[in-house]
Write a protein that binds this ligand. Structure first.
Ligand SMILES: [Fe+2]
Length: 161
């Protein structure tokens, strides 16, 4: 199922290597964190699919609003993700939660579960590097947003904090 989602992600983002790489990196960290935390198989599936598709709304946001701002991605992402997940035969309860995460992944005040938490941590781990953040910003992100043991270990190990 994850392979099919990854294949759809690559197909949807044709020739946008940067965004394909971003999603695959976030997926890799989300999988690493969720593998070490105690979560059910269903939640693991939600986390992995949400990581693969979390930024799927960017293209439409840019096309419609000329902006990749978080709020537009959050509006545009869920219907595209729903279409992809239905096509690959995912069950509706999982689709609903994945779409909720995609539709809120920039709204940190809405974190309401371990799946949401892990997605946010994985996205930060990748964005810190992609955006070349300085050490003060990295420390403040860690303080504010990191909660899982594994996420904390990874951010410390990668960025020397
Ligand atoms: Fe992202």
């Amino acid at each position: 199922m994850i392979s099919k989602a990854l294949e759809s992600l690559i197909d949807y983002n044709q020739q946008d290597v940067r965004r394909i790489n971003h999603a695959i990196k976030v997926y890799g960290f989300a999988k690493t964190i969720s593998g070490k935390e105690s979560v059910t198989e269903e939640i693991r599936t939600v986390i992995e699919l949400a990581a693969v598709l979390h930024d799927i709304g960017i293209k439409e946001a840019e096309r419609k609003y000329n902006s990749s701002a978080g709020k537009y991605q959050e509006i545009e992402g869920p219907p595209i993700a729903e279409r992809i997940l239905k096509k690959i035969g995912m069950e509706q309860t999982i689709i609903n939660r994945v779409c909720y995460l995609i539709g809120n992944h920039h709204s940190y005040s809405k974190i309401d579960g371990i799946d949401f938490q892990i997605l946010i941590e994985a996205d930060f781990i990748v964005n810190i590097d992609e955006d070349s953040l300085d050490i003060i910003s990295i420390k403040s992100i860690k303080e504010k947003y990191f909660k899982t043991d594994t996420g904390n270990k990874i951010i410390e190990a990668m960025y020397g904090i």
